[in-house]
Design a protein around this ligand. Sequence first.
Ligand SMILES: NC(=O)c1ccc[n+]([C@@H]2O[C@H](COP(=O)([O-])OP(=O)(O)OC[C@H]3O[C@@H](n4cnc5c(N)ncnc54)[C@H](OP(=O)(O)O)[C@@H]3O)[C@@H](O)[C@H]2O)c1
Length: 332
Amino acid sequence: MAEMNRQVLLVSRPQGAATLDNFKLVEAPLAPLADGQFRVRNHYLSLDPYMRGRMNDSKSYAAPQPLNEVMIGGTVGEVVESKHPSFAAGDKVVGMLGWQEYGTSDGKGIAKVDATHVPLSAYLGSVGMPGVTGWYGLKRIIAPQAGNTVVVSAASGAVGSVVGQLAKFAGCRVVGIAGGADKCRYVVDSLGFDACVDYKAGNLVQDLKDATPDGVDGCFENVGGDGFDATLAQMNAFGRIALCGMIARYDGAAVPLKHPELILTQRLMIQGFIVSEHMDVWPQALQELGGLVAQKKLHFRESVAVGLDAAPQAFLGMLKGQNFGKQIVKLI
Ligand SMILES: NC(=O)c1ccc[n+]([C@@H]2O[C@H](COP(=O)([O-])OP(=O)(O)OC[C@H]3O[C@@H](n4cnc5c(N)ncnc54)[C@H](OP(=O)(O)O)[C@@H]3O)[C@@H](O)[C@H]2O)c1
């Protein structure tokens, strides 16, 4: 009898906030491999904010996730069977094999990874797509100079944690914005930021002002909420804003920008970007990030849900900030 594969499908589109009903866990038999294919046992699945956008059927930079198909998602795992000349059983690989326990591939978009010095799961975080996102937005858009002040929102998260640490390495004063005292303590004590403002503490505007006495030269924006307004108010003339994400709006909330005129009066440069459109920088960024993680200079934290069944709830939790660090699912 064929071995079974467990998968999570998107079965409906959210009306407002995403819910568990949008997903369905199914079992499907694994088809025999064709020549040129190999099979991967996925060990970890990445849960990322962009997946929320793909659940909608609306105009965006990427096509919507089709209904009744396996949810899109980054994975790391091990090749368990191969009819492909370049992949052998035992190879550790990263790719987009989706919310399922086994993936079948012809090798397109799959990269071998070395888990000797970098933990396998880190290829979904600091040494993967979120890490490159932080690297690109900071280095290529903000381009910080030593002595600059850089503010990063969702500072304890997968992208934000990389941005802040890289900005510290570049000699900047780095201020995070995060939700809650525990996250802020971690951002300062473990990640080495100079300060972190807890936007849930009720004094965001004044707290950010106090934490940025010389104003803000670079803003790495992950949220698009009140923290963005507070940061805009502190921007120095000719400051740079890397507009990476607007997670506060992904479930449909309207969060108007209070002072867009500051973009003009402070002559700010604001650049939105999508990391997958900058594939040319990935090899350099991944090499640097991998080296820093292997040398234990770049720190990260993970929220680990266990089992594929736990993926939908963990995903919804991540969209509400219930994750603490990179949200992944351990599949075995
Ligand atoms: N442009 C690109 O190519 C690209 C690539 C990857 C990621 N991104 C974006 O980068 C941002 C961070 O992604 P990530 O993977 O690193 O996620 P993450 O930061 O690990 O997790 C999301 C975090 O967002 C924070 N958050 C702040 N305000 C929120 C709100 N109103 N609702 C929900 N969450 C809120 C939460 O942290 P607190 O508890 O601290 O609020 C939550 O933990 C996202 O906006 C994502 O879409 C963009």
